[in-house]
Write a protein that binds this ligand. Structure first.
Ligand code: NAD
Length: 521
């Protein structure tokens, strides 16, 4: 193995971040490794269930005060955070790369995402959270107003693959809505969220409103879900089911952003070169460790040879290496467990008849967990990766005879997170999109167009999730809606005497109302 570059982030800086975790005294340390060379870069406290309970209690009392802040003061914190993140971009990129081993351009996506999210919700929260008049039971006689109150304390459980986006971008709307947040980042990548916590405090977020507890998911999950008023989980479908079960037992509302086995469709009229470049980004961004990345490609037979050649050529042109600069395209996988899963998936597919068109091997010469961007063809239905998410840089290429077959095979999956369609006729692409069972569909892009359209909802159908992030839904899910209806005249109930006349009057009223709604705009 060539000498891996050592992290530009000092141990002192990471130790200081670790001190932001809620409990400090006498906790054993949880080691955090740099995937580039597996060295230990720092430790964070191994929190206990009691630590989680204290963090929730502290968050609750801090949140009670925070929720009384005028909305413009709350939004000002996140407007400042937007600028601070962009100003300190390089330092943040170093932290993200250190604990994930991803390429710098992939880390940059997270920085841009968190700034976009801060700006979007800072600009929209006031309007979305404002109380709104609704049509009352009897117009003019009944006044109805919809209010949105913070739920209280939001628990956020996040994975390692996008440790900034999936923990901090998810926390921003929850905080802006007036809630406190207790975040449990993944065991392997706590420092990025802690970095953001420090900066948020510098931007004016009161201490204790946003707490981070570090430690093991199976141990901390239950007390967290038990204690909070809403849970936002991002991670695997398997753990998502456990989270939903626990939340269900406590009648705690939750949203679940889970796994995917996302398809990309190349239609017979696609710009093949553009589709090949888009597919490369879709399959190998973040070394494939991306919930919305592409793991299946269905290409129409009319353009299959041309697309395959262009896709293989573009993939072979990717550079794979470690480095804290923009000098390479693809970084490392997170750890040995994931590397072994990727290797097992590829070996199993090959044993069952698949051929490797590109890649197909680990690269221990670059670092302990590097794996080449890999294209498989002739994958048989009994191969594990035919249906299961690999979550690595591996894609299966299938030729289809028609667009209908491509749609049918794309939908033949337990998952429904993201999809991509390539065609020169955008209207045709949008029609195909409407037939795909996926929460987001990108026409002539792989994943970034839908993800970055933050005004629109994002989330999964089928086993890919429950609920949505982004847009107004991503904010209002962190609120309790309350309707206050004021009856200005009389009572909305039958009178003590004259119920027959009341029944006739009410029936006539409904008939007239329907008529009016038919003639009025
Ligand atoms: P994971 O489910 O193993 O872990 C996610 C988080 O859950 C971690 O913080 C972990 O500590 C915690 N956890 C583990 N067991 C728990 C339990 N019993 N109770 C409560 N929390 C528990 O997922 P992962 O391997 O870190 O991430 C990869 C998966 O996440 C992939 O399947 C990927 O597709 C999915 N993902 C989905 C999205 C999305 O937006 N849909 C985004 C990123 C990743």
């Amino acid at each position: 193995m060539t000498d891996a570059p050592s992290t530009p982030v000092s141990r002192d800086e990471l130790d200081e971040l670790a001190r932001l975790v809620t409990p400090l005294d006498d906790r054993p340390g949880l080691e955090v490794h740099a995937p580039y060379d597996d060295s230990v870069v720092g430790t964070v406290p191994l929190c206990t269930p009691d630590d989680v309970r204290s963090a929730v209690a502290e968050a609750k009392s801090a949140g009670d005060e925070w929720s009384t802040w005028p909305i413009e003061d709350r939004t000002a914190v996140f407007a400042r955070f937007h600028d601070a993140v962009l100003d300190q971009r390089e330092a943040l990129l170093d932290v993200i790369q250190t604990e994930t081993g991803k390429a710098r351009a992939d880390a940059l996506e997270e920085v841009l995402d968190v700034a976009t999210t801060a700006r979007y919700y800072a600009n929209h929260a006031e309007r979305e959270l404002a109380s709104k008049r609704r049509v009352g039971a009897i117009p003019l006689v009944t006044k109805a107003v919809e209010h949105h109150h913070p739920v209280g304390v939001v628990g956020i459980i996040s994975p390692w693959n996008y440790p900034l986006s999936l923990s901090v971008s998810e926390s921003i709307p929850a905080l802006l809505a007036g809630n406190a947040v207790v975040l449990k980042p993944d065991e392997g990548t706590p420092f990025t969220a802690l970095w953001a916590l420090g900066v948020l405090r510098e931007c004016g977020l009161p201490d204790d409103v946003f707490q981070v507890v570090t430690g093991e998911g199976p141990r901390l999950g239950e007390p967290l879900i038990e204690g909070v008023d809403y849970v936002s989980f991002t991670g695997s479908t398997e753990v998502g089911r456990t989270v939903a079960e626990t939340a269900g037992r406590h009648l705690t509302d939750c949203s679940l952003e889970l796994g995917g086995k996302n398809p990309l469709l190349v239609l017979d009229d696609a710009d093949v070169e553009k589709a090949a470049r888009g597919a490369v980004r879709g399959c190998f961004a973040n070394a494939g460790q991306l919930c919305i990345s592409i793991e299946r490609i269905y290409v129409h037979e009319a353009v299959a040879d041309e697309f395959r050649d262009a896709f293989v050529r573009e993939t072979r042109g990717l550079t794979l290496d470690a480095g804290y600069d923009y000098g390479h395209d693809v970084g490392s996988l997170l750890d040995r467990e994931l590397l072994e899963k990727v290797e097992t998936h590829v070996e199993d597919a090959v044993e069952k008849g698949a051929s490797v068109l590109s890649g197909g091997r680990a690269r221990p010469d670059l670092g302990p967990y590097f794996y080449e961007p890999t294209i498989l063809t002739d994958v048989t239905p009994d191969a594990t990766l035919a249906d299961e998410e690999t979550f690595g840089p591996v894609v299966s290429l299938y030729e289809v005879e028609s667009v209908s077959e491509a749609i049918e095979r794309a939908n033949d999956s337990a998952y429904g997170l993201n999809a991509s369609v390539w065609t020169k006729q955008t209207q045709r692409g949008e029609q195909v999109a409407a037939r795909l069972e996926a929460g987001t569909v990108n026409v002539n892009d792989a994943y970034a167009a839908a993800w970055a359209s933050i005004d629109a909802p994002m989330g999964g159908m089928k086993d890919s999730g429950v609920g949505r992030r982004h847009g107004r839904h991503g904010l209002l899910k962190y609120t309790e809606s309350q309707t206050v209806a004021t009856q200005r005249v009389g009572l909305l109930s039958p009178p003590k005497r004259g119920k027959q006349a009341w029944a006739n009057g009410a029936t006539l009223g409904l008939r007239l109302w329907k008529r009016l709604t038919e003639v009025l705009p």
